[in-house]
Design a protein around this ligand. Structure first.
Ligand SMILES: [Zn+2]
Length: 334
């Protein structure tokens, strides 16, 4: 699937435009976003499907179980957008995505995250081309969910370090121009952190635009290296260890804290950035023991999972480092 720049319309009550869709419309949503939509708008589609889970079998059964449609609308969070992507990909029909929270980049990426044995796998290949970013609905969601969206932009800080390291040590392909574009996205996030924290219209549009840019330059080089470094290994290790699902921003926030220290890569600045964006790097849904264990076994986990080269391969993971991270978390929780 080739990348095409999506048409993004944003503003207050922009979902009023749904009534202009022609043909049979199938909305894929969940109870909370759908109730929110119904409180604000009168228009109703031919069919509404409520997403239950993202297990591969569930998702694969949807095409035959749901009524035919000309347009599929994904209205809600990442799972709603991903389910809509799956249907539009299978049916080759028009798709409009209306994220009601911006905690993940699912509304912009071509891949669909499904679960197999409680671990995430990616299927499909469809780049979203029409997005409606409704400030009214997004601002109705808990702020911490929307702030979490900053994580996959903030991760550029530690990811670029690891990408350069891999290039230097292993000869992995590195693109200077892409790295420059990624750094520019990080700078924009830095400059708009207070709007991201406050979930203002400018903050919402900034996150969506930064996702768009990131998805585009990653698609161009066929790699997520510019935004996925060892901070994501921390996130994957936490999920693997606990077998629980977390807000992605919580885990990646923790990863940025821990890995910027390990890299000795402006850790104070990095912590300041994720604080100013409102990422919950203290991971409120995990206990200290789980975090300590995930950090301690990071190298073993990475080797076993066969993940990419990073600072985890070059710097010893000492108890002192683990305890320094834990101390920072305790302070944030106090
Ligand atoms: Zn991520």
């Amino acid at each position: 699937m080739t990348y095409r720049v999506p048409l993004i319309k944003s503003g207050p009550r922009i979902l009023g435009e749904l009534k202009n869709l022609s043909g049979r419309v199938l909305v894929v949503t969940m109870e909370v976003p759908w109730a929110l939509y119904c409180r604000h708008f009168d228009w109703r589609p031919e069919a509404v499907h409520f997403v239950t889970d993202m297990d591969l079998e569930t998702v694969e059964g949807l095409d035959s179980n749901l009524p035919p449609c000309d347009v599929v609308v994904g209205l809600g969070g990442g799972s709603c957008c991903d389910t809509a992507k799956y249907l539009a990909w299978k049916r080759r029909c028009r798709m409009v995505l209306a994220p009601t929270i911006i905690s993940v980049d699912a509304p912009l990426t071509n891949m669909i995250a499904v679960r197999v044995n409680k671990t995430v796998q990616y299927i499909g290949d469809i780049f979203p081309e029409e997005l409606l970013i409704d400030h009214t609905l997004i601002q109705a969601a808990p702020k911490e969910l929307n702030r979490a969206g900053a994580c996959d932009i903030a991760s550029i800080h530690t990811a670029l370090y690891d990408w350069r390291l891999a290039h230097k040590d292993t000869g992995e392909l590195y693109h200077e121009e892409t790295a420059r574009q990624a750094q520019e996205c990080l700078n924009v996030l830095d400059a708009n952190a207070s709007d991201v924290y406050d979930v203002t219209p400018k903050g919402i549009d900034t996150i969506v635009d930064l996702y768009r840019r990131e998805v585009q330059f990653c698609a161009e080089i066929g790699s997520s290296r510019p935004e996925e470094g060892a901070e994501h290994i921390v996130a994957y290790a936490m999920e693997h260890l606990t077998r629980r699902h977390f807000l992605h921003g919580d885990l990646v926030g923790l990863g940025i804290l821990a890995i910027s220290k390990l890299q000795q890569n402006r850790p104070d600045w990095a912590l300041g950035l994720i604080r100013r964006c409102g990422l919950r790097y203290e991971c409120p849904d995990a206990d200290i023991g789980e975090i300590r264990q995930a950090l301690s076994m990071l190298k073993a986990f990475k080797d076993q999972a066969g993940l990419f080269y990073s600072v985890v391969d070059t710097v010893p993971l000492t108890t002192a480092w683990v305890e320094e991270v834990i101390a920072e978390i305790r302070q944030a929780r106090a």
